[in-house]
Design a protein around this ligand. Structure first.
Ligand code: H79
Length: 587
């Protein structure tokens, strides 16, 4: 299905005289979907302030790399502080070895954060580590080479909109009043040329990690096109574009330290930091434990995402001891259990009382965070036959598997191998077929059918947008559907309501909601932007039979426009007024 599109793109490239044609997104993303775990590094002149300037402290839990902005440090003064950045203890090989030992597959360093200081030799601006400081070395070069030697991928963070040093960059209004700024000049003079430098001087980059969004989609496209034209295999994260518009780039990026409430249908990543800050602060000692990081990694991977875990080295190049301890613990677990992480896909099985699951081929990995006290682990929702099970870290220890009333039962030893996450590998017959657990009526009010619990089909996708949150989108024809299985307890009349956002392009597009055998056709109504959700009443439906029932929604006809950004359907029980027959109503 992708072939003709790639062929056309290739032809268009040849016609336009381009030498490189970017491969389809699915190909570019292959390594990313396999890798799952990366190291983020925030390091720059702010690391030297370590959370304090002239007695003013960054509150514990807040971003220490924002210190220039928070205390409105004048450019001239911050520039002098930056001269003192002299990381004599920096050793790229040591950092890369640390990432590798932790089980991480890619490393992303801040090439330029919001303070505008380049951590590499830039011809665009003399305000860079090589030309501005006594250090005279190029950490981007050293880290990119160390990564190549260690067979890890290397990428750069580049803050493409925010720049507190450049008079026309976004954010610094204490030195440069907003009224005098020419943002286009900043893009032309600094941001675009520096991204070009990064893409042409350090060999292949696995990704460029943009931050803070962009003013207009047209401006964001210039960054995407620049990356595509120079390094067609290099990924672009979802923050390249403006947050109020549709996703640009190759994958969705959660908010800082964000965790989606459920699985998403498209590739995504969450940046999360080990304490409360990204850049080093000597005050913030609220470190996450190895166990916490392991359980986060499993949760992220079970929801189909990547974990970009941040460390904030000190200004001299030393990595804080608690960071080392945590990463060592994570690495020890990954060495034994990495198979249950790399190359797995989002699990269709919901969270279990004992933990979470990851899936790869004919194996389900049971990540047991809470060890059962009765020696039996119960797994619901799997239709396949289960053949064998064993402790992933000690494969010789096989476990007894049986089935009882729809659940797969695994007999487990008295004690876990690992208190944070003991992994059990369960072999099943063929690729996983998930059973759909019926949704039990939640309350007297009726059913709330959320996008997260929906099963999506065809092009309909569970997605994330910074301003729109989570919803189902991308449906353009009747094959693109979302559906739910309900367990109806009470028959009788229900009121059907739908909540969605729709931009003006969607106005008038018809959709069909099926409730059992009943069908409702309605037309999408514009709500404004895609993050402006509204609820609409679709009318009354009488449910005549108790038991399982399917509810679904799909476009009525094919269209090249998106139907809507769907949040939920609800079926609200209508309580009939008490009449002569009221006393005879079955209870
Ligand atoms: O690089 C890290 C953060 O510095 C960056 N993204 C991650 C990966 C980031 N950019 N913007 N934000 C985070 C949002 C930050 C908002 C805040 Fe503030 C900074 C809250 C407190 C300090 C700005 C200044 C808003 C309030 C005061």
């Amino acid at each position: 299905m992708f072939k003709p599109i790639a062929a056309i793109a290739g032809l268009a490239g040849a016609v336009m005289g381009l030498t490189l044609a970017a491969p389809p997104a699915a190909d570019r993303l292959r390594w990313f979907r396999e890798a799952k775990f990366g190291m983020f590094i925030h390091w720059g002149p702010y690391s030297g302030l370590a959370g304090e300037w002239k007695g003013n402290r960054i509150p514990i839990g807040a971003e220490a790399e924002w210190i220039m902005h928070r205390f409105n440090i004048p450019v001239a003064e911050y520039r002098e502080l930056a001269r003192g950045f002299h990381p004599v203890k920096f050793d790229a090989a040591t950092w890369v070895a640390l990432a590798k030992a932790a089980g991480m597959k890619y490393v992303v360093l801040t090439a330029k954060h919001h303070d505008g200081f380049a951590m590499y030799k830039s011809a665009t601006s003399g305000y860079n580590i090589v030309d501005w400081t006594p250090f005279k070395r190029d950490p981007i070069q050293e880290l990119s080479e160390a990564c190549r030697k260690a067979a890890l991928r290397f990428g750069v963070y580049y803050s493409h909109r925010e720049d507190w040093d450049h008079p026309d960059g976004f954010g610094n209004t204490w030195d440069y009043p907003a009224a005098g700024k020419d943002f286009e000049r900043y893009l032309a003079q600094k941001s675009l040329p520096q991204v070009r430098e990064l893409l042409t001087r350090y060999g292949p980059l696995c990704l460029v990690w943009f931050d803070r969004g962009m003013e207009t989609p047209a401006q964001a496209s210039r960054f995407v096109n620049l990356v595509r034209s120079l390094q067609p295999d290099c990924l672009v994260n979802g923050r390249v574009g403006s947050y109020a518009q549709d996703l640009m780039g190759d994958y969705q990026c959660m908010g800082d330290n964000g965790m989606p409430p459920g699985g998403l249908d498209e590739p995504w990543e969450t940046p999360q930091t080990l304490n409360g800050t990204w850049g080093y602060s000597r005050f913030d000692q609220q470190w996450k434990s190895a166990g916490n990081v392991i359980q986060r990694l499993v949760e992220i991977v079970s929801k189909g995402g990547n974990y970009l875990l941040n460390i904030g080295p000190m200004a001299d190049g030393t990595i804080p001891a608690p960071t080392l301890a945590t990463l060592e613990g994570v690495g020890a677990w990954m060495a034994r259990n990495g198979e249950s992480i790399y190359g797995t896909t989002a699990s269709p099985i919901l969270e279990a009382p004992w933990g979470r699951t990851t899936v790869k081929g004919d194996r389900i990995y049971l990540h047991v965070f809470r060890w059962p006290s009765d020696g039996v682990l119960r797994l619901h929702g799997v239709a396949n036959e289960a053949t064998t099970a064993y402790l992933l870290a000690e494969p010789a220890r096989t476990l007894k598997v049986s089935r009882n009333e729809g659940a797969i039962l695994v007999s487990v030893p008295e004690r876990p191998l690992d208190p944070d996450d003991t992994v059990i590998a369960l072999k099943i017959a063929g690729p996983l077929r998930a059973e759909r657990p019926p949704l039990v009526q939640a309350s007297d009010e009726g059913f709330e059918l959320d996008h997260l619990e929906a099963r999506t089909e065809g092009g309909a996708m569970k997605r994330f947008n910074r301003d729109g949150g989570f919803h189902i989108a991308k449906w353009t024809g009747p094959a693109d559907a979302a559906s739910w299985r309900l367990l109806v307890g009470r028959t009788g009349p229900y009121r059907l309501k739908i909540t969605y956002a729709a931009r003006k392009e969607s106005a008038g597009l018809k959709y069909v909601v099926s409730v059992g055998a009943r069908e409702f056709t309605a037309a999408a109504v514009t709500t404004g932007e895609w993050f402006r959700y509204a609820t609409f009443d679709l009318g009354l439906v009488t449910i005549e039979k108790a038991g399982p029932m399917t509810v679904s929604i799909r476009p009525a006809a094919a269209s090249d426009r998106e139907l809507m950004y769907f949040k939920s359907l609800s079926l609200e029980q209508v309580h009939e007024p008490p009449g002569p027959g009221a006393s005879k109503r079955p209870r």
